[in-house]
Design a protein around this ligand. Structure first.
Ligand code: SAH
Ligand code: SF4
Ligand code: F3S
Length: 471
């Protein structure tokens, strides 16, 4: 897809790529200019980094995993929890030495953290070796920003873009060649009271369905077997678009594309999860039988304080319907432990819900106070020690459930996408089921990236062991 986008000086994206390549030809230290791109945070950031890498690639860069040899270093940051931010600050601090050793290296930061005023200010004041900072809604501006920073050597900060346009045609360099992300929308309008994302990602914007469908078609044609549609709340896809296509309609259109592939999506918000969506999954050819439906807390009192706009009962209703329509459905969820004001009784309701639903796996987080969000000012009752005790209790309950769910699959034959060699076992490959469960089995690595049938022979907690079923 070629971009028609030009900037205010009427310079096209492609022209910037050539200009950057010319400047880098003199700055590079190896045969070709090398970029080191490190991504923190969620899949949305991974997808953004793939676009940034696409632009760097078109500007003549190759990529390195060794930060020491890079001519351009970029960290794409995440602000969702304090721990994530601390890690970034620590790692950025460590770049000071690299800049001292190699003064020609350019250091840039982008992503969610940079959209917070106090963070950008701190980078500005305390990290003078960072030359370029840009926010989440100015990816399309990256070639211009990089070029100008290289050319004039002046520090550049660009953030807080509230532009409502969606810019298409940015080149992409995907990390994988058979599993890939496909963003269908950006931003979030939900303002859950604990969450920084709406402040750092801006208002919800959907990509046009024809652009999404075309990108899916291109991915399938070039061999992608697992495509994950991305958005902070995919269920509200299309809201701001002219003809208001809904998410189920988009899924049905993509599902019509011929080929052997799985279609996934993340994340669904329970408040907008409709029976139509469940029916669409049940009746589709390619949509994987996996639903990631974060419920965050099992207590209605806490859900209300979180501004989640559904109740425990509504959540369980949709789960019940989903299980009836799709008996082999694999359910996963996100949970926050220790939200301000949460008591042990509230937490017990979360445990009860987990026991009732029997999730395949959970992403569990201890509440982290985010400056500027409503929850940051809510009074707390539990101590940090209590919260970590609850957290351990939650992990233990879930471990038992996951083990039971996996044990139930022993003896079945599962279609698996073969993903990689095991990192610690010789001759063993790892794959994933449609429900996103990891399966280990012995086979030759030449089958990585293909679908195979695996007979499940053993379950070890949440990992399955199996044998390749020969055709
Ligand atoms: N849009 C997605 C999730 C985005 S953030 C959704 O609504 O489900 C991913 C997860 O991080 C959230 O589901 C939540 O469980 C967790 N999270 C977000 N803010 C948090 C905070 N302040 N403290 C702890 N966990 C948080
Ligand atoms: Fe955050 Fe809620 Fe938006 Fe998810 S839906 S990104 S949790 S505000
Ligand atoms: Fe983090 Fe931004 Fe994603 S805050 S979780 S990278 S949307």
């Amino acid at each position: 897809m070629k971009s028609k986008y030009t900037d205010f000086q009427n310079i096209t994206q492609e022209e910037y790529f050539n200009l950057i390549a010319e400047l880098m030809a003199v700055r590079k230290r190896a045969d070709v200019p090398l970029a080191y791109v490190r991504t923190y945070g969620c899949q949305q950031n991974v997808a953004d980094s793939e676009r940034i890498k696409g632009m760097l690639y078109e500007s003549g860069f190759s990529f390195t995993e060794n930060v020491e040899e890079a001519d351009f270093i970029l960290f794409n940051t995440c602000a969702v929890r304090e721990h994530a931010e601390d890690r970034v600050f620590g790692n950025v601090g460590a770049l000071k030495n690299i800049k001292r050793k190699h003064p020609s290296v350019m250091i840039a930061l982008c992503g969610c953290m940079m959209e917070q005023e106090h963070v950008a200010q701190r980078i500005h004041d305390s990290f003078p070796f960072v030359s370029l900072v840009f926010g989440t809604n100015c990816l399309h501006e990256f070639p211009r920003l990089l070029y100008n920073t290289l050319l004039y050597g002046k520090r550049t900060f660009l953030r807080g873009n509230t532009d409502e346009n969606v810019y298409e045609g940015i080149p992409i360099k995907r990390d994988g060649n058979f599993k890939g992300f496909l963003p269908i929308m950006y931003g979030c309008d939900n303002f859950c009271s604990y969450c920084i994302v709406p402040y750092v990602r801006g208002r919800e914007k959907s990509r046009r369905p024809e652009v999404v469908i075309e990108e899916a078609r291109e991915m399938i044609a070039s061999g992608y077997k697992d495509i994950c549609l991305l958005g902070q709340n995919v269920n509200s896809y299309g809201k701001g678009l002219e003809d208001k296509p809904n998410f189920s309609q988009l899924l049905k259109e993509i599902d019509k594309i011929e080929g052997d592939y799985w279609l996934r999506f993340m994340t669904s918000h329970p408040k907008d999860c409709t029976k139509e969506l469940i029916d669409t999954i049940a009746e589709s050819k390619h949509i994987s039988h996996h639903l990631h439906l974060p419920f965050q807390s099992g207590s209605n009192r806490i859900l209300e304080k979180m501004n989640r706009r559904y109740t425990r009962e509504k959540y369980l209703d949709i789960i019940k319907y989903a299980k009836e329509r799709i008996p082999d459905l694999s359910l996963t969820s996100d949970i926050i432990v220790g939200f301000p004001g949460e008591t042990y009784e509230d937490f017990q309701q979360t445990l009860e819900l987990i026991r009732e639903v029997e999730f395949t796996s959970l992403f569990t987080f201890i509440y982290s106070r985010r400056k500027g969000t409503p929850a940051a000012d809510m009074p707390d009752v539990a101590t940090d020690e209590e919260k970590s005790k609850w957290f351990q209790e939650l992990l233990k309950v879930q471990e038992e459930i996951a083990a039971k769910r996996c044990a139930d699959m022993v003896g079945s034959v599962q279609k698996v996408l073969v993903e990689e060699k095991s990192s610690n076992k010789e001759g063993i490959l790892n794959g994933r089921t449609s429900g996103n469960i990891i399966v280990e089995f012995a086979a030759d690595e030449s089958i990585i990236g293909t679908f195979q049938n695996i007979k499940i022979t053993k379950a070890r907690n949440w990992i399955l062991n199996g044998e390749l079923v020969k055709e």
